[in-house]
Design a protein around this ligand. Sequence first.
Ligand SMILES: *[C@@H]1O[C@H](CO)[C@@H](O)[C@H](O)[C@H]1NC(C)=O
Length: 164
Amino acid sequence: MMARRSEFLVLVAIVLILIHSSAGAGMSAYEVLRVNGLPSGLLPKGVREFSIGDDGSFEAHLDHPCLAKFENHVLYQTNISGSISFGRISSISGVSAQELFLWFPVKAIVVDDPLSGVIFFDVGDVRKQFPISTFDTPPDCAPTDEEDVLALHRAGGGVGVWRS
Ligand SMILES: *[C@@H]1O[C@H](CO)[C@@H](O)[C@H](O)[C@H]1NC(C)=O
């Protein structure tokens, strides 16, 4: 009986590993977010290309840098990359969030407990909390001036003042 049970557990583990390693193949960026317990609205409308490796590292490409409005403004660069695991995107590059009038790189996005309804953004050196529902659907994203994005970078590590 015990042997049966452990065989069953091994089988379940193998199936889970197979599901996990095939997650990403042929899926859209938004689907990949959802199967990882993350809301699809973390990425804006208009992701043109998306690729993800077995280790969860991904790249998403937009046609141009763009600005989305949630509770805060979020700036997406043309190329966004990072690493996805269940409930977490880490090592993010290409996403900045506005705090007061400054822009800070979003380093990680984390859902610790899906039942809490809360999602955390590690922005600069602080952790910001939002309702997950804020990111239910991919937002419209207004194309922005490449020059502004470059100015943002020159200001160092993605911190800069937004000209509006
Ligand atoms: C975005 O990535 C593509 C393909 O990797 C590259 O050709 C392009 O130069 C990158 N664009 C920017 C703005 O970094």
